[in-house]
Design a protein around this ligand. Structure first.
Ligand code: PXP
Length: 250
């Protein structure tokens, strides 16, 4: 079986904390619990409006994590400067709109390519692995390849809203093939749950999943370590029979 990395997004631990503006639950402690339960990496999104993760959380995560830290940020001068200062293992650039409930849709790489190029160059110079969160769309994949990123994270939201729709899943499968053919590492995420993860986990060239909300929600009933292990088991079960090892992170 070829193993796929599970990066756990811990934003929604901070969502619970920020609902009361208190000091608990601590997303950094949650990240460490996820690591202890077998997470391959930790993902956190520092939003411009600081609705869940706070700057101090990101500083602490960058200092204490033992597994790779994937920082999700919008391409703004403030966020790029912060990333270059903290040097997480990986930065995934995502679109951000203040009024959205969560990230809606992938980046449009045709908009402001020069700004993207500058941001990616700064991140790379700081030694950070770069990824772009995009919809499963060939034109976007071509643009990502031209920008020279290490990875694309395919937005799984449409599939997760319509898991029975073969077109939505087919778009992800095809995008993973097209991206890998262009030398891009393939990640995926957004909206994945125990119930819908299997077909995405089974995409052979997909080497990393970023999953948050469903695991934190499952933790209410099963505890965080068990919620992590359940997702890990669902991913592993979906990959039985796949033999090609995904490439290690570049
Ligand atoms: N990947 C990206 C780029 C995201 O923005 C998010 C949500 O912050 C996720 C993955 C995780 O999505 P979910 O919390 O729905 O699992």
């Amino acid at each position: 079986m070829s193993r796929q990395r599970l990066y756990i997004n811990i934003d929604h631990v901070a969502t619970v904390r920020q609902a009361r503006r208190v000091s608990y639950p601590d997303p950094v402690a949650a990240a460490q619990a996820c690591e202890a339960a077998g997470a391959d990496g930790i993902t956190a999104h520092l939003r411009e409006d600081r609705r869940h993760m706070q700057d101090a959380d990101i500083v602490a995560l960058a200092a204490v994590l033992r597994t790779p830290f994937n920082l999700e940020i919008a391409n703004t001068p403030e966020m790029i400067a912060l990333a270059c200062r903290l040097r997480p293992h990986q930065v995934t650039l995502v679109p951000e709109r203040r009024e959205e409930v969560t990230t809606e849709g992938g980046l449009d790489l045709g908009r402001d390519p020069d700004g993207l190029r500058r941001a990616l160059a700064a991140l790379r110079e700081a030694g950070i692995r770069t990824a772009l969160f995009i919809d499963p769309d060939v034109a976007q994949i071509d643009r990502a390849a031209a920008l020279g990123v290490a990875a694309i994270e395919l937005h799984t939201g449409t599939y997760c809203h319509h898991p029975a729709d073969a077109v939505a899943l087919g778009a992800l499968q095809q995008a993973a093939i097209e991206g890998a053919a262009r030398g891009l590492a393939i990640h995926a995420g957004h909206g994945l749950t125990l119930d819908n993860v299997a077909p995405v986990a089974a995409i052979p060239t997909c080497e990393e999943l970023n999953i948050g909300h469903a695991i934190i929600a499952d933790a209410l009933f099963h505890g965080l370590p068990d919620a992590v292990r359940r997702m890990r088991a669902a991913m592993d079960a979906a990959r039985v029979g796949l033999t090609d090892e995904p490439r290690p992170p570049r």
